[in-house]
Design a protein around this ligand. Structure first.
Ligand SMILES: C[C@H]1O[C@@H](n2cnc3c(N)ncnc32)[C@H](O)[C@@H]1O
Ligand SMILES: [Zn+2]
Length: 416
């Protein structure tokens, strides 16, 4: 496959008239005049389009797209315990199937090619994701209250370990829902199978304060004392961190999945990204579930991340567009060990964005990253994962049926 005469971003600047050759699941060449050697004869016209390497959603619960708009305007703990958990107790595999497919539609439409999820019925989530063609790091959530889920964590890893699109991981929910024994089992499993660990960490003030009152340390210090923290951990939220917590996270190489919009909507707080960044921590961006966001769109996350940090510190120079762009791309590629980028040899996970939109005008060689972070409102029209075209010219095959089925599944769930 050849994408012909597209623009790309290189070193923060717009580079025009580039060909991108894709052979099987990988990019075989990028540059002016590069030829297609795959022999499939497929050509995508890239003139007037920007090719970007895929965005990575570092924290979500994709099937929660079925709960979009179901429980707004609440704080985390009442939101979970009064609204979300009772509804989740009724979930079936069929709900997950259509919730995940709906979520995939939205992510394909916004240039996300890989997502990191922790939820229920993850075999179904994996199958639905593969049918949609996206890449995902998936973990079944672990809670003390559900020993059955803990028992399936290792079989789940074994079932998906060698898949081309699904990367299995372990997902202990949080320190307030998992005992030390559950956390240790999760850690042992992750080390045994060399997979990642996905956990919620220090999201709300009350979570951190009550933990400190009962245990005499912060959740971060506690996890570190268990030997839990390393670069195989993706810690979602990380809003309420002491200076000591920040150094532990940075020193251990923990990957922070910052969820700007969810943190704002649940009024959890503004994460200390400036301190994390100064300490050298790796920061990625996540949407969280669509019921606390309520979108699955990293363009929105990039903008809110940048402007919230600027405002919180009265420092408009903090978190410039390039730094935030890296969070949605390079930082996540490193965190999730993805061989990605617009270069020969990398996996062919990318999108084409229509530059002929008001929010990309005026365009100069050096303002493209600014437009992507501060101004873009869509225009993703082609998304490719592992060399397979998932959306072409704005069309995703089967979209209408997915919208209908997701609607029916939501109606059914509420009536259950
Ligand atoms: C995987 C589990 O995590 C819950 N969940 C969804 N959003 C959040 C959040 N912001 N913080 C903690 N837990 C959350 C889901 O509702 C599910 O029960
Ligand atoms: Zn979450």
């Amino acid at each position: 496959m050849l994408i012909r005469n597209a623009s790309i971003v290189a070193g923060g600047r717009l580079l025009r008239d580039q060909n991108i050759a894709i052979d099987g699941p990988r990019i075989s060449g990028v540059g002016p005049g590069i030829a297609d050697e795959s022999g499939d004869g497929e050509v995508i016209e890239g003139r007037g389009k920007l090719a970007i390497s895929g965005l990575v959603n570092a924290h979500t619960h994709l099937a929660m797209t079925l709960f979009r708009g179901y429980a707004d305007d609440m704080e985390l703990m009442p939101w979970l315990s009064e609204k979300i958990w009772p509804l989740e107790a009724k979930l079936t595999a069929e709900d997950i199937r259509w919730g995940v497919k709906l979520g995939c539609l939205e992510m394909i439409r916004s240039g996300i090619t890989c997502y990191n999820d922790m939820y229920y019925f993850m075999d179904e989530a994996a199958r639905a994701t593969k049918e949609m063609g996206l890449r995902a790091v998936l973990s079944g959530v672990l809670f003390d209250m559900r020993p059955d889920l803990i028992e399936d964590a290792e079989p789940f890893i074994r079932r998906w370990k060698n898949d081309d699109l699904i990367v299995p991981a372990v997902g202990p929910h949080a320190v307030y829902t998992c005992s030390e024994e559950t956390l240790s089992r999760a850690l042992d499993l992750a080390e045994k199978h060399d997979v990642m660990i996905h956990i919620h960490l220090s999201e709300t003030r009350s979570e951190v304060e009550s933990f400190a009152k009962n245990r005499g340390k912060s959740p971060v210090e506690y996890l570190d004392s268990l030997g839990f923290l390393s670069d195989r951990v993706v810690a979602a939220h990380c809003v309420w961190l002491s200076p000591q917590d920040v150094s532990i996270i940075a020193d251990r190489g923990v990957n922070v999945a910052h969820c700007s919009i969810s943190n704002h909507k649940l009024a959890s707080g503004i994460a200390p990204l400036d301190r994390l960044a100064r300490a050298g921590a790796r920061i990625c961006l996540g949407t969280d579930g669509a019921s606390s966001n309520n979108s699955l769109n990293l363009f929105q996350e990039m903008k809110t991340t940048a402007i919230a940090q600027k405002c919180a510190h009265s420092r408009p120079d903090l978190f410039a567009a390039g730094e935030v762009w890296r969070m949605a791309t390079e930082n996540a590629y490193t965190a999730f060990r993805l061989d990605m980028g617009l270069r020969a040899g990398a996996i062919a996970d990318l999108s084409l964005i229509d530059l002929k939109k008001p929010w990309f005008c005026p365009l100069a060689d050096d303002n493209i990253v600014s437009h992507l972070v501060y101004s873009a409102q869509g225009g993703v029209e082609t998304t490719i994962v592992g060399g397979r075209v998932l959306m072409r010219g704005g069309v995703i095959p089967g979209e209408e049926e997915i919208l209908e089925r997701a609607q029916e599944q939501f109606n059914d769930l509420l009536a259950r």
